[in-house]
Design a protein around this ligand. Structure first.
Ligand code: GUN
Length: 284
């Protein structure tokens, strides 16, 4: 069997066209242009690419964007001062601090400094708590994008066995909350899980979010399962690859996301969706 490919680029194009239309309508009727501020600290090449893509996606959808870059040795107080200014600026609707931050930063304190109403990443404790309580405001972009992808293919969720590999605050934990809210039976696996394959082989929906190139192989997948690959890694030859060994996995899975062109574009799409929502919320 060869799995069907869940094309994140194609779905992104459809959703982004809709967001661009809504942004144009907001401008025409309310004179509000959705605006995202992105803060990049340091010289991590992957972060620089992600930020560039986020800014470019804003421009393309008719959103305004502000990019603030700081050297790796910047004092945290400088960045916190910028966040305070952006919080106070009514023309800015979303604020995002690209992670990871250099060592001198207390990342949690930085995320808490962002106004929860502008926290389009959904990382502020208030937004994390709201998601946990089943009353979400801003949902972290990657898991939100995964849910959109599952919905686009009508993947059955109620009572499904969902196994997430990875327990990060950015993907694993919020992913678990979203799947649980849709009545999946959710298992979170991590680096200390005993017999990972035992769990992954039970999964109707398998989400890999660990940052280990090709660690999920075909023999770890239930035939016909939906496999969502959140990983973005590089092979020793410099090629992009996911956490899933696509070649062996596609022979077993029923539906699978590629890397690149799977979850990645949907993450940015949901960032645009959250920014538009933040802008619309300013109308009350
Ligand atoms: N670093 C890796 N993923 C993300 C993300 O979704 N948001 C931010 N701010 N930083 C990240």
């Amino acid at each position: 069997m060869t799995a069907r490919i869940l094309d994140g680029n194609a779905l992104s194009q459809i959703v982004r066209a809709d967001l661009a239309e809504k942004a144009a309508a907001l401008k025409a009727t309310q004179n509000i242009v959705p605006c995202l501020a992105v803060i990049l600290v340091g010289e991590d090449p992957a972060s620089a690419v992600y930020v560039r893509n986020k800014v470019a996606a804003c421009e393309k959808a008719g959103f305004r964007s502000i990019k603030e870059s700081y050297p790796p040795n910047v004092e945290p107080i400088v960045v916190l001062g910028k966040i305070a200014a952006l919080n106070a600026d009514p023309s800015v609707h979303g604020i995002l601090v690209q992670l990871p931050l250099p060592r001198q930063f207390d990342a949690a304190a930085v995320l808490e400094a962002i106004s929860p109403e502008k926290d389009v990443d959904g990382f502020h404790a208030e937004n994390v708590g709201a998601l946990m309580q089943g009353n979400p405001r801003f949902v972290p972009c990657t898991p939100c994008g995964v849910m959109k992808m599952l919905a686009s293919e009508n993947v059955p969720l109620k009572g499904a066995e969902a196994v997430i590999v990875g327990r990060s605050n950015i993907v694993g934990k919020p992913m678990a909350m979203l799947l649980l809210a849709e009545s999946c039976t959710v298992t979170i696996c991590h680096s200390r899980t005993r017999d990972l394959a035992f769990h992954t082989r039970r999964a109707d929906i398998l989400v890999a979010a660990v940052g280990q190139p090709k660690m999920i192989t075909g023999d770890m997948i239930k035939p016909g399962a939906t496999v969502i690959d959140v990983g973005i890694n590089r092979t020793p030859e410099g090629k992009l690859c996911g956490d899933v060994d696509f070649e062996s996995a596609k022979e077993v899975a029923g539906l699978i996301t590629p890397v690149p062109g799977g979850v990645g574009p949907m993450t940015i799409t949901m960032l645009l969706a959250n920014t538009l929502e933040a802008a619309e919320r300013t109308l009350g």
